[in-house]
Design a protein around this ligand. Structure first.
Ligand code: IPM
Ligand code: MG
Length: 367
C-alpha cells in the first residue's frame, strides 16, 4: 500500500519534540515493514518558531499545512513566551492553523484502557470500559468572535471584551458530524450549551434540534447545560456516547473527560475540516496534553497520546482501519504488560521513559 501522501510534522515546544520522535519511529516501522510511507516534512510552530522567525507560525509553514494531506502536531507554548503580547504568543500559531484550515470538528475520544482503570482519580467501576467522544466546535465561538480586545474607558478603567458568537451553518455542520459519529458508535448525542443564560446557546439548541428532526431521527438526542455536563462527567461518565459542544465548553469538558482516562497523557485528538469535492478533508492530529515544561527534555513524557493521535490520522485521513487497529492494539498491549510513564504510574508496574515507551509500542506493533 505505497502512498505519496504528504505529512507535515509540527513538533512544537516542550515535550512536543520528544513525543513526536516516538510517533516518527512508529511511522518508520510502517514504512519499512508495510510499504506504507508518507512524504514527511518538519516545520516549526509556537515558541520555537518565535525564537527563529519572530512569529509563532510563518506564512511558509502555514502554506505547507494547507497543502498537506495531514498535519501532526506536538504541543505549543511555555513559560519563556508567556509574557509576549497576546497576538504574538505561541498559541496563536495553533489557533491560526485551526482557523485557516477551517478545522471546525475536533474529535476528542476519552477511552479508558482496561489496564489503566485504576489510574483514574475516579473509582474503577465508574470508568472501566468508558468510551465517549467529545466533539468540540473548533473555529468559532468566543475563541474567534469579535469585538474582542482590551480598551481603556474614559474614566481610566480598563475593559476586556470577548464575544461568544455562532451562526446557523457553524452549528449545523458540527452537529451533523456528531450525528454521523453517533451512528457508528452508541447512537446517542448529548448537545451541550448554556441556553439558560446565553442566546448563542438558545440558537445552538434550536439548530441541533431541527437538524435532528429533519435528518437524524434514528439517533437519540438529549440536551444538557454545560455546568451540569461537567458534573455528570465525573458522576456517571458512562451515560454519554457523543457529546457535541462549542469551542470553550469543549475545551473545558475535554480536559475533564481526559482525567477520567487516568491522564491527559493518554488523550489523542483529530481536528477535521469539511470534505471537498473529492472527499478529501484537511486534518490536524494532536495530543490533548500541553507542553509540560516541567518535564520537558527529561525523557519523562508519555508519548501514547501522540501515538494514538497518529493512529486517528491513519483512520480518519487515510481510511487505514487495519493499521489503526494495529497501533491501538500495540498501545493496549504495552499497558497490559505493565509499562508506565510517570503520569500513569501505579505500584507493581514498570516505570519507563518516553523513549522506552516508544520502543515498546514499535515492538508491539510488529504483533
Ligand atoms: C487545547 C488547548 C488550546 C485551546 C490552547 C493551547 C490554545 O487548551 O487544544 O485544548 O485552548 O484550545
Ligand atoms: Mg484545552
Amino acid at each position: 500500500m505505497p502512498t505519496n501522501k504528504k505529512l507535515l510534522i509540527l513538533a512544537g515546544d516542550g515535550i512536543g519534540p520528544e513525543v513526536m520522535a516516538q510517533v516518527k519511529r512508529v511511522l518508520e516501522w510502517f514504512a519499512k515493514n508495510q510499504a506504507l510511507s508518507f512524504d514527511t516534512e518538519d516545520e516549526l510552530v509556537g515558541g520555537c518558531s518565535i525564537d527563529k522567525h519572530g512569529v509563532p507560525l510563518t506564512d511558509a509553514a502555514m502554506a505547507k499545512a494547507m497543502k498537506a494531506d495531514a498535519v501532526l502536531l506536538g504541543a505549543v507554548g511555555g513559560p519563556k513566551w508567556d509574557n509576549l503580547p497576546f497576538a504574538q504568543k505561541p498559541e496563536r500559531g495553533l489557533l491560526r492553523l485551526r482557523k485557516d484550515m477551517e478545522l471546525f470538528a475536533n474529535l476528542r475520544p476519552a477511552l479508558v484502557f482496561d489496564a489503566l482503570a485504576d489510574a483514574s482519580s475516579l473509582k474503577r467501576e465508574l470508568v472501566a470500559g468508558l468510551d465517549i467522544m467529545i466533539l468540540r466546535e473548533l473555529t468559532g465561538g468566543v475563541y474567534f468572535g469579535s469585538p474582542r480586545g482590551i480598551e481603556t474607558l474614559p474614566n481610566g478603567e480598563r475593559r476586556g471584551i470577548n464575544t461568544q458568537v455562532y451562526t446557523t451553518s457553524e452549528i449545523v455542520r458540527v452537529a451533523r458530524v456528531a450525528f454521523e459519529l453517533a451512528r457508528k458508535r452508541g447512537n446517542k448525542v448529548c448537545s451541550v450549551e448554556k441556553a439558560n443564560v446565553m442566546e448563542s446557546g438558545v440558537l445552538w439548541r434550536e439548530e441541533v434540534t431541527s437538524l435532528h428532526k429533519a435528518e437524524y431521527g434514528d439517533v437519540e438526542l438529549s440536551h444538557m447545560y454545560a455546568d451540569n455536563c461537567a458534573m455528570q462527567l465525573v458522576r456517571q461518565p458512562k451515560q454519554f456516547d457523543v457529546i457535541v459542544t462549542d469551542n470553550l465548553f469543549g475545551d473545558l469538558l475535554s480536559d475533564c473527560a481526559a482525567m477520567l482516562t487516568g491522564s491527559l497523557g493518554m488523550l489523542p485528538s483529530a481536528s477535521l475540516g469539511a470534505p471537498d469535492a473529492t472527499g478529501r478533508r484537511k486534518a490536524l492530529y494532536e495530543p490533548v496534553h500541553g507542553t509540560a515544561p516541567d518535564i520537558a527534555g527529561k525523557d519523562l513524557a508519555n508519548p501514547l497520546a501522540a501515538i494514538l493521535s497518529m493512529a486517528m490520522m491513519l483512520r480518519y485521513s487515510f481510511g487505514l482501519a487495519e493499521q489503526t487497529d494495529r497501533v491501538e492494539a500495540a498501545v493496549r498491549r504495552v499497558l497490559a504488560e505493565g509499562l508506565r510513564t510517570g503520569d500513569i504510574f501505579q505500584s507493581g508496574c514498570r516505570r519507563v521513559g518516553t523513549r522506552e515507551m516508544g520502543e515498546a509500542v514499535v515492538a508491539a506493533v510488529r504483533g
